[in-house]
Design a binder for this molecule. Structure first.
Ligand SMILES: Nc1ncnc2c1ncn2[C@@H]1O[C@H](COP(=O)(O)OP(=O)(O)OP(=O)(O)O)[C@@H](O)[C@H]1O
Ligand SMILES: [Mg+2]
Length: 268
């Protein structure tokens, strides 16, 4: 069975797409079969792989509306074992279409679609938009777990209570098995005191939900954070995940460590 993980945080620009893309690529390089679903109308994960609007006719929108099967909109990437369901700005229209459906079915449309391809993958990673609307609810409704990137900047934890409440509500209603896989501090800068503050706040409140490096002997460096790293910011413009752009960069190593932590904790 595959494990389905949504990357979510309704705050914009916190590193969701960077995490979805680079975690997916790192898992694929570790020889797992991975499907990355771009569920954001901004389509940043799609363009991160170098796909442009004219490269594909159908996208996640067509699968969610039933015009196409999910398997018909999957694209292969340049990385062996890694496929992607692309997105497009047209996906903004889906919220309205969902609202016209019955309450009982509109929150589980993505889950039903994923079921049709699930056995072909070890991991399905969903990149979600910066909102707690029906797209994100569908993503969380379809997932075993959620990874929450937290940007190590001022206001980092603002809005977190709302996200945690949404997750609680989804557990109570459409997806009792949903769990928080972990919080991921992103864009950490050791020169920045705010970064240290956010990191220590996370350590204080959510230590048991931080990812840890497998077999690390050093308690201090055990927990995984993603450093602010220029290679991570540059790689999308080359249409590549960082592991294909600069495998030894600190950003690449951090996402490989995250993949390692997830591989170590895989259940089922
Ligand atoms: N660790 C990092 N180091 C340097 N730049 C980063 C890092 N993580 C993300 N970025 C850059 O910060 C910007 C925002 O990141 P990203 O697109 O991953 O955030 P997001 O949460 O997906 O945003 P949105 O909410 O708009 O979908 C991007 O330009 C990205 O390249
Ligand atoms: Mg994004």
């Amino acid at each position: 069975m595959s494990e389905i993980i949504t990357i979510a945080n309704q705050k914009g620009g916190v590193g969701k797409t960077t995490t979805a893309v680079n975690l997916s690529a790192s898992l694929a390089v570790a020889e797992k079969r991975v499907l990355l679903i771009d569920a954001d109308p901004q389509a940043n994960a799609t363009t991160h792989f170098g796909f442009h609007r004219n490269d594909y006719e159908y996208n996640i929108y067509h699968a969610l509306t039933g015009i196409k099967k999910l398997s018909d909109v999957i694209l292969n990437t340049a990385i062996t074992g890694l496929d992607i369901v692309p997105s497009n700005i047209g996906l903004v229209g889906i919220e309205k279409e969902f609202y016209d459906k019955e309450v009982s079915s509109r929150e589980l449309v993505l889950k039903k679609q994923i079921k049709t391809v699930q056995n072909q993958y070890d991991y399905i990673i969903i990149d979600s938009p910066p909102a707690l609307g029906l797209i994100t609810i569908n993503a969380l409704g379809a997932s075993n777990s959620v990874i929450i990137p937290i940007q190590c900047e001022y206001f980092a934890l603002e809005g977190l209570a709302q996200l945690l409440n949404t997750i609680k509500l989804i557990k109570k209603t459409i997806n009792p098995k949903l769990n928080i896989k972990g919080f991921l501090p992103t864009m950490y800068s050791s020169a920045n005191n705010l970064s240290k503050q956010v990191y220590s706040d996370l350590m204080q409140h959510f230590k048991n939900k931080l990812f840890a490096i497998n077999n690390s002997e050093n308690e201090e460096d055990r927990f995984i954070y993603i450093p602010r790293n220029v290679k991570l910011a540059e790689s999308p413009s080359f249409g590549k995940p960082v592991i294909m752009y600069d495998v030894k960069s600190l950003g690449s190593v951090a996402y490989q460590n995250l993949a390692g932590a997830i591989l170590g904790s895989k259940v089922g």
